[in-house]
Design a protein around this ligand. Structure first.
Ligand code: FE2
Ligand code: FE2
Length: 145
């Protein structure tokens, strides 16, 4: 497995969990559980991705700008999560923020998969792509335990 496959796998898991979260109603236990899952996955993914995918990319002229942009989008997603934390889970405002998080992450993951992966494929050789996948997955396993 290479780093692209490893990230894509987690993106798909995130997409599914976000879809499930948005299908929940009101201040329910199901909503609470899925929201905690989204938060844990997001925090773990952002950190592992920054360390084992973007750090090598920030060192290359062809990918530094996209890397900065991706880091900014990670911060934006974190800010939406902070808003969700401060909002009553059963309120319509909560659902509005949750939809915003879904949209922001869909946009971000699509950009990573369609644009950044292409550029990164030229910067990282095959061996590096495999090594990074191992490190990325190790860190994900540890943070998701
Ligand atoms: Fe990302
Ligand atoms: Fe990602």
């Amino acid at each position: 497995m290479d780093i692209f496959e490893a990230i894509r796998e987690d993106h798909d898991r995130m997409r599914q969990t976000l879809t499930d979260l948005l299908a929940t109603k009101g201040d329910s236990e199901e909503r609470g559980t899925l929201y905690e899952q989204v938060k844990q996955m997001l925090t773990a993914h952002e950190q592992a991705e920054e360390r084992h995918f973007y750090i090598p990319l920030v060192q290359d002229d062809s990918t530094i700008e996209k890397t900065r942009h991706a880091f900014a989008e990670h911060s934006e997603a974190d800010e939406i999560v902070e808003k969700l934390d401060k909002t009553e889970m059963g309120s319509s405002a909560w659902l509005t923020h949750a939809k915003k998080l879904h949209e922001a992450l869909e946009h971000h993951m699509k950009e990573e998969e369609q644009e950044i992966f292409k550029l990164a494929g030229k910067v990282l050789d095959r061996q590096r792509q495999t090594e990074l996948a191992e490190r990325y997955r190790d860190e994900m396993l540890q943070s998701m335990h």
